[in-house]
Design a protein around this ligand. Structure first.
Ligand code: TRP
Length: 417
C-alpha cells in the first residue's frame, strides 16, 4: 500500500486539491454575483459549520479503512455505491480539463503577445487539443504514484502558488484604487442574506472549493499512517483554502474596477476570467507579465486539484487489482472520453443539446445533482452505515451524521422546486 512520505506531504497534496479553479476562477464570480462581501457570511459559516466536519469525517474514514472509495463502500455493505462517487469525480474532472486547456491558451497569449479573444479561441479547435494535453499532464502525474507523483508535484506547486498569491496582493495593494476593492468586501449589501438562493449557492461553492463530496479525502486519507492529527490538519486545509480565495478576490476586484469602471456592466460567469481579465491586463502596465503570472497561478491550481480528482478513480481501479499504470491509463482515457463532448461544445463544433452547450449542462448537473448525491453517500456511509465511529471528534461526527444529510437533502429538494 502506498503512503505519504510525511504528514506535511499529505497537507500539501490536500491543500493543492482544495485550492483550485473553485477558488481563483469561481470564487470571485460567486462573490460578484451574490452581492459582494455579504456572501462571505454564508460562505464562512457553511465552511466551518459543515465543510470542516465533513472533511474530518472523510479523512478519518479513509485513514480507518485504508482503501479506495469503491472498496470502502463495498466493505461497509453498500454494494457498488462507491462508483457514484467515482462518477461524480470523473464528471468534475472532465470539465476541469477543458478549463485547464483554456488556461494554457491564455498563458501562451500573454507569453507570446498573441492576440485573440475567448470567442475567437473557442471558434477553432485549439481548445480541444489543449484539453487533451491537460489530460495527458494530469494522467502523467498520477501515473507516478503518491509519493513520487502527487506528493512531489504538490510540495513544489503549492508553496509557489501561495508565494505568488501574496506577491500579487502586495503589488495590487500598492496601486491606487485598492481600497475600492477592499470596500467591496467590507461594505457589502446585507439585504441579499435573506435570499435562499444565495445560501444554496454558497453551500455548493463552499463544498466544491473544499473538494468535498467526490472521495478525494477518503482516498488521500487512506495513504496516511495512523496517529495523524486529522482535526488539526483539516483546519489548516480549510483556512488555507479560504485565505487563498480571499486574496484572489482582494487582488482582482480593484483591478477590474480600476480599468473597467462600473462593475454593473461586467459580464459574469466564466467570462470574468477569460474575457474580462485579459481586457484588464491589456490596459495595465506590465500587463503581459501580469496576465502570464495570473494564468500560471490558475494552471498550478488546476493541476494540483485535477490530480486529486483523478486519483480517486485510479485508486479504485487499483483496488480492483489493476496496476497503477493500467488504472491511470484506463481512467485517464475514460475521463477524456467523457470530457470530449464538453471540449467540443466550446470549439468550432459548437456541440449543444437543446440549445445549451454540453459543458454548461455537465457543469450544472454535476453541481445540482451528482455531487450532492455523492456527498450524501459519503456522509451517510461514514456515519450511519459503517459500524465504527470514524472520529473521536464528536462535533464533526454529529454534524456529519445528523445536520449534514438534513441540510443537503433540503437543498437538493429546494433546487428542484
Ligand atoms: N476544490 C477544487 C477547486 O476548488 C476542485 C476539486 C478537487 C473538487 N477535488 C474535488 C471539487 C472533489 C469537488 C470534489 O477547484
Amino acid at each position: 500500500m502506498e503512503k505519504w512520505s510525511s504528514n506535511i506531504g499529505f497537507l500539501f497534496a490536500a491543500i493543492g486539491s482544495a485550492v483550485g479553479l473553485g477558488n481563483i476562477w469561481r470564487f470571485p464570480i460567486s462573490v460578484y454575483e451574490n452581492g459582494g462581501g455579504a456572501y462571505l457570511i454564508p460562505y464562512l459559516l457553511i465552511t466551518f459549520l459543515f465543510g470542516l466536519p465533513v472533511m474530518i469525517v472523510s479523512i478519518s474514514g479513509g485513514e480507518l479503512t485504508e482503501s479506495d472509495v469503491v472498496t470502502t463502500f463495498k466493505e461497509i455493505g453498500t454494494g457498488q455505491l462507491g462508483w457514484v462517487i467515482v462518477a461524480a469525480g470523473a464528471a468534475i474532472l472532465s470539465f476541469y480539463l477543458v478549463v485547464t486547456g483554456w488556461i494554457l491558451a491564455f498563458m501562451a497569449y500573454f507569453a507570446f503577445d498573441l492576440s485573440f479573444t475567448f470567442q475567437r479561441l473557442t471558434d477553432g479547435y485549439i481548445p480541444v487539443g489543449l484539453f487533451l494535453l491537460s489530460a495527458v499532464i494530469v494522467g502523467g502525474i498520477v501515473l507516478f504514484g503518491i509519493e513520487r507523483g502527487i506528493e512531489r508535484v504538490s510540495s513544489i506547486l503549492v508553496p509557489v502558488l501561495f508565494v505568488v498569491l501574496v506577491g500579487l496582493l502586495i503589488y495590487v495593494s500598492m496601486q491606487p484604487g485598492f481600497m475600492r476593492g477592499v470596500r467591496y468586501f467590507l461594505n457589502p449589501d446585507f439585504s441579499v442574506l435573506s435570499d435562499t438562493e444565495l445560501w444554496i449557492a454558497a453551500f455548493g461553492q463552499a463544498f466544491f472549493s473544499l473538494s468535498l463530496g467526490a472521495g478525494t479525502y477518503i482516498t488521500y486519507g487512506s495513504y496516511l499512517e495512523g496517529k495523524s492529527s486529522i482535526s488539526k490538519m483539516s483546519i489548516i486545509i480549510t483556512v488555507a483554502n479560504i485565505v487563498s480565495a480571499i486574496i484572489v478576490g482582494l487582488a482582482i476586484f480593484p483591478l477590474v474596477f480600476k480599468y473597467l469602471g462600473n462593475p454593473s456592466n461586467l459580464p459574469s460567469g466564466q467570462e470574468l476570467a477569460f474575457t474580462t481579465l485579459p481586457h484588464v491586463f491589456a490596459e495595465m502596465p506590465f500587463g503581459n507579465l501580469f496576465g502570464f503570472v495570473f494564468f500560471g497561478l490558475l494552471l498550478i491550481a488546476a493541476l494540483s486539484s485535477g490530480i486529486s480528482i483523478l486519483e480517486v478513480s485510479v485508486a479504485s481501479g487499483m483496488g480492483r487489482g489493476l496496476s497503477r499504470k493500467k488504472s491511470a491509463l484506463i481512467f485517464g482515457s475514460l475521463v477524456t472520453a467523457i470530457g470530449l463532448p464538453s471540449a467540443l461544445s466550446y470549439s468550432g463544433a459548437n456541440l449543444t443539446l437543446g440549445g445549451k452547450r454540453i459543458m454548461d449542462i455537465v457543469n450544472q448537473d454535476i453541481g445540482n445533482l451528482l455531487l450532492p448525491l455523492s456527498a450524501l453517500i459519503i456522509g451517510i456511509g461514514l456515519t450511519w452505515v459503517i459500524d465504527e465511529k470514524v472520529t473521536d471528534f464528536s462535533f464533526a461526527y454529529l454534524v456529519t451524521k445528523y445536520l449534514f444529510p438534513v441540510i443537503l437533502i433540503s437543498t437538493i429538494i429546494a433546487k428542484y422546486i
